[in-house]
Write a protein that binds this ligand. Sequence first.
Ligand code: ATP
Length: 621
Amino acid sequence: METSAMASLSASNHVARVLSVANHVADVDAESRIATSWRRCLISHKLDPARQGPPQTLTEAEVRHVAEPMEETIGLLTPELDDLARVLRDAGYCVNLADANATMLFSRLPGEADARMFMDWKIYTGSNFAETFEGTNGLGTCLAEQKPILVHRDEHFRAQWHMFSCAVAPLFDQAGRLAGAVNITSCREDLERAAHQLALAVTMEATRRMEGAIFRDHFRNTWIATVPGDGGSGLLAYDDDRRIVGACRSARALLGLTDGLIASGIDLSRYVKIDHSRHADEIVELRRADGRPLGQGHVAPPLRAKCSTLRRDAPVDRFDALHRLAGNDPGLVKSVKRLRSIGDHNLPVLLHGETGVGKDVFARAIHAASNRARNNYVALNCAAMPESLIDAELFGYEAGAFTGARRDGSKGLIVQADGGTLFLDEIGDMPIALQTRLLRVLENREVWPLGALKPVPVDIRLISATHRDLGRMAEEGTFRADLYFRLRGMEVRLPALRERTDRDDIIRQIAREEAPNCRLSPEAWSLLSAYPYPGNMRQLRHVLRLAGCTAEDGVITDADLDLPPFGGRATQTDLEAAERATIIEALRKNGGRVTEAARALKLSRATLYRKIKQLKIETAQ
Ligand SMILES: Nc1ncnc2c1ncn2[C@@H]1O[C@H](COP(=O)(O)OP(=O)(O)OP(=O)(O)O)[C@@H](O)[C@H]1O
């Protein structure tokens, strides 16, 4: 039988099945939620399961308009969404963030083989998947029910979506209101329902962390307590007078808090009793108002207490994110100062650093600090694509420019970044021919899409990143020297985590974010503090996230830390790391007493003091 005839036969089977389910003659196997949704689609939304055609898609200007209220949230959640995309990439999932009306506002596509399918079916930024129009589908049905859902292949209402499986978790804002949803979609035939269920669990967990990030960001100037509960912990914000000023959805459900009660400035002690010190950033025992134990929670102080220069009512500084990323690293602090003094000049920035040091988040923070922040931030990883695809993705093409091109052509990323920032990751991997085209764009401020009869003027700020030595490559002729000089209007070196002098602060901060209900045992602390982290910040995040899941009784021990031996060539910094670890261990074994530790290490006391200072080891004395 012809493929199209087979397709129409299975579509008519599907229509018959939908009708029998809607008339309660039969039920779908998987979940009665699907049957209920099918009935909603037929009876309330009056949809046709056999209808074909693409989803409603907004123009770029419309997307910009719709995305505006969520712009800050998208920026805040991007690292977490990127991490989710990385984890699910090999299984062929795309990752999207949608607003509460089911319009996708952020997308990350998987590898080339799967990506084409999502592009062809318009599962990307700007498309709308509301249940009222598309029928039962992951995004639309999750938002309609405000519950996580998996819609597997033929559970979709419209037969045309039957090759896709979508797992979606709703996203609630700091006040417990529906803000949108995180969607993952795959079209791999070899993935069973159970595999998608697992991916849904991963997505729900990531979404819970995103909700935490939204809450912590919104209430950063107040006290925040993590309150344990059966269905996951909740977050409570309260002021210096111990009046509740905010509660996330789980905390509201757990404690019976409502908007009205919160607006009335109700006393914290009527719900939870929390004893903590003045500048607490600690695990504490929580009790209910009647004294019954609630379990252990974490209390974080207002940001203003941690950073005295930030006042509660101070206007938001566009450079906040950059300052936070720079921490107390002298080189980075200097770079951020320079970026500040450059102001809104359109100077290209070249970021240099190993994998996972935070090049992408730094580039986003530069964009957020610029007068371009309201416009697009568009990123391309030059190492992740073959030359022909980079060419098409970056410079765009006219309709019918080559076999396999999209019917209506493609604008290309450079044009999409017009008025905003273009981030080219792994620029050292850009093929020479494309380097020449890019140089021309930078020089002439215009781009020639493939097959176009006239150029398109563009105004972009270019941030590029590499782990390679571009200067050396330029000398050797493997990278165009003139492009190199253009890219490095300003060069910022992002140090490896093992080189950062404020490494301990970073570990503490990431531990708070990834394992908020846990504390680190002294052994775990020594290991974390001494490890050389070949995968840098990303590795540290993953290690602590995993440790937060496996820790028992809220204590992360060395057994919870997945730190594989680092097999790289020993560099000066590795040797220092090893020396640091030995000294920390000796201090620990000797209760922090330097004299005894020096004796154990067969060093003089003065030498040990000198090394402690030089290696910036924190001691109790
Ligand atoms: N200063 C920081 N503090 C805390 N977390 C950070 C910091 N910088 C980066 N991260 C986290 O580290 C992870 C990796 O960051 P990012 O993707 O920006 O690195 P990268 O250098 O671009 O990596 P690659 O080049 O390999 O893609 C992200 O989860 C990010 O949130």
